[in-house]
Design a binder for this molecule. Structure first.
Ligand code: SF4
Length: 240
């Protein structure tokens, strides 16, 4: 398998390494194939919540914070339990951080997240009249909210064209050779320069299940992967 050259900048768009055995990289064809491949897998947690009616910006932001460093199988039922109890800033602000913590025990960093969620609910109630504005800067001004959560919540709840890069999106797009970046944040910047805008929101929805089930962190399933003929397999040394 090819080895990956060390990037000279934190994140950049590069010509994929030449591979005579590979087709020219066609992002529309690649994502179209992946859309088919992940059709029978469960939606990523935030998309699944939106499909169940929890599609406000506040609910999506709450769910994304709960999902940080926590598997969807754990964060999804916890998000549902919390949002069924308090789905608005006013209702969540009325709860104590201790009560929130008791409801979200299964997620990672639950105590810190409980205080963060309570602070977001209180500020949204007091400063924004109970409705979060569709504004990335406002969302990222809350403790615990970075570009990944802000962009995903804005994409789902507000229809913003925004790329959300988690560890799956970062890993897969770099293995393709489509971008070359060391961190998810740098991958997001590189993707913003090259990815057609029509894919900006759906990219996360497709690559989270694809990264969980096909292009896995260790030993990706390259031999049966639907995009093997396009993928440069950058850095892949042990594939199934
Ligand atoms: S599974 Fe293999 S071939 Fe498919 S995208 Fe991942 S690295 Fe590329």
């Amino acid at each position: 398998m090819p080895s990956r050259q060390a990037p000279t900048k934190p994140g950049r768009v590069v010509e994929p390494p030449p591979r005579p055995d590979k087709k020219p990289f066609d992002i529309d064809e690649v994502l179209g194939r992946i859309r088919e491949a992940v059709r029978h897998f469960a939606d990523a947690a935030m998309f699944a919540l939106a499909a169940r009616g929890h599609d406000t910006l506040f609910e999506q932001l709450v769910a994304c914070i709960l999902s940080i460093r926590t598997r969807d199988e754990v964060s999804l039922p916890v998000s549902l339990a919390l949002l069924q109890r308090a789905s608005t800033p006013e209702a969540l602000a009325r709860m104590s951080p201790e009560d929130i913590d008791a409801l979200i025990q299964p997620v990672t960093f639950h105590e810190a997240k409980a205080w963060q969620l309570h602070a977001i609910a209180t500020r949204t109630r007091d400063e924004f009249g109970g409705a979060l504005p569709c504004d990335a800067q406002v969302l990222q001004s809350f403790k615990g909210v970075g570009p990944k959560c802000a962009h995903l919540a804005l994409g789902i709840a507000c229809g913003h064209e925004a790329i959300s890069v988690d560890i799956h999106v970062h890993r897969v797009t770099n293995r393709w050779g489509y971008v070359q970046a060391r961190t998810p944040e740098a991958t997001m910047e590189a993707l913003e320069a090259v990815l057609p805008r029509a894919w900006w929101v759906e990219l996360n929805r497709l690559l989270v299940p694809f990264g969980k089930h096909v292009c896995t962190g260790t030993r990706p399933k390259c031999s049966t992967c639907p995009v093997l003929s396009f993928c440069r397999q950058v850095g892949v040394r042990d594939a199934r």
